[in-house]
Ligand binder design. Structure first.
Ligand SMILES: NC(=O)c1ccc[n+]([C@@H]2O[C@H](COP(=O)([O-])OP(=O)(O)OC[C@H]3O[C@@H](n4cnc5c(N)ncnc54)[C@H](OP(=O)(O)O)[C@@H]3O)[C@@H](O)[C@H]2O)c1
Length: 304
């Protein structure tokens, strides 16, 4: 199902975009929030991905990771995404959240990536140990591994209050059909999928399905792992960037994602404080409308 202009405008109006015509962008503008359909919970519309938080707890990089987390938190960021599959990311961010006393301010999502029930339980139990807290805001089946088995445990644990939300993830077109099958066959709160200005395939069926099923969406690879930055190189921002209050290419790319009618929450990966700030600022000010989205697509396509 493709979304036509009329449907786009209807959803966009319902999404209560922040319209700040004529205002200059600045930290004084509020962060746009997204409402999670199944729980009604509201979270800031840009999160942070922690795939690259890896290494020794004594390494110099820990300083950078700490600063990135405190910047993200100080600016009002909440949604963080990690996985036991990202080296020792859970251990690192668990340690940082504890040191900074910010675990309960953050909205923590992790994943399970095992085939058997026992291995899944062991994996999720370990995530609780590393990330602390009595519950997670979101547990996701990573790349659909052991989906039906893991979802059974996850549903039970959700009923016991250990997870507030449950979902599934992919970052690969080849899993899109399976994603649809699982979304249609289970009671999910979230899906996570790859989608960006340069990779719009999930917009064909998966994002419309999320709207139909009333599930929230996290977006991985919103920069195509940096491919979009290479595509634009040193080019200046086009005139239309001013119309959407975007002051950097990162904000252009994130605002494109956020303006899809499924209200997706991008989780850009960064280990740099100034990038965390830049990315969070994408949740301030105006978002592109249907016409500007089309201009953005026309701009990027020849560069890819
Ligand atoms: N199947 C799955 O479940 C799945 C798959 C892939 C990813 N994910 C999740 O999605 C998150 C995002 O994906 P990703 O990190 O692989 O790719 P990404 O967000 O598309 O791109 C990350 C790259 O962009 C750079 N970057 C970030 N902010 C920037 C800014 N403002 N200006 C310039 N460069 C910037 C980062 O470098 P710096 O570190 O230097 O900022 C990094 O090289 C992951 O961290 C992970 O949590 C999930």
């Amino acid at each position: 199902m493709k979304i036509n202009r009329r449907e786009f405008l209807k959803s966009a109006a319902a999404a209560a975009f922040s319209t700040s015509a004529g205002r200059s962008l600045g930290a004084q503008l509020p962060l746009k929030v997204t409402t999670i359909p199944s729980s009604g919970q509201q979270v800031p519309s840009v999160g942070i991905g922690c795939r690259n938080y890896r290494g020794s707890l004594d390494s110099e990089e820990m300083g950078l990771f700490r600063e990135t987390f405190s910047t993200f938190h100080m600016l009002g960021g909440k949604v963080i995404d990690t996985s036991p599959n990202y080296g020792n990311s859970e251990e690192i961010i668990g340690k940082i959240m504890k040191e900074q006393g910010i675990r309960h301010d953050l909205w923590v999502a992790t994943k399970v990536d095992q085939s058997s029930e026992e291995d899944g339980i062991a994996r999720m139990t370990n995530s609780f140990k590393l990330l602390e807290g009595d519950s997670f805001e979101l547990m996701q089946v990573h790349n659909l591994r052991g989906t039906d088995t893991q979802l059974r445990t996850m549903q039970e644990w959700k009923e016991r209050g250990r997870f507030r939300h449950i979902g599934i993830t992919t970052s690969n077109d080849r899993q899109y059909e399976d994603m649809e099958r699982v979304i249609n066959g289970h009671d999910l709160d979230f899906m996570q999928v790859d989608y960006s200005l340069g990779n719009r395939n999930a917009g064909e069926r998966l994002l419309p399905l999320a709207i139909d099923r009333g599930i929230a969406v996290l977006i991985n690879l919103p920069f195509g792992r940096g491919r979009l930055f290479s595509a634009v190189g040193n080019r200046p921002l086009p005139d239309w960037a001013g119309e959407i209050d975007a002051e950097s290419w990162a904000q252009v790319f994130l605002k494109y994602v956020m303006s899809h009618p499924a209200n997706p929450i991008p989780i850009p990966g960064t280990t740099k404080p100034h990038h965390a700030r830049d990315n969070l600022d994408a949740a301030r000010g105006r978002l592109p409308d249907f016409t500007i989205r089309q201009e953005m697509e026309k701009f990027i396509d020849p560069l890819l």
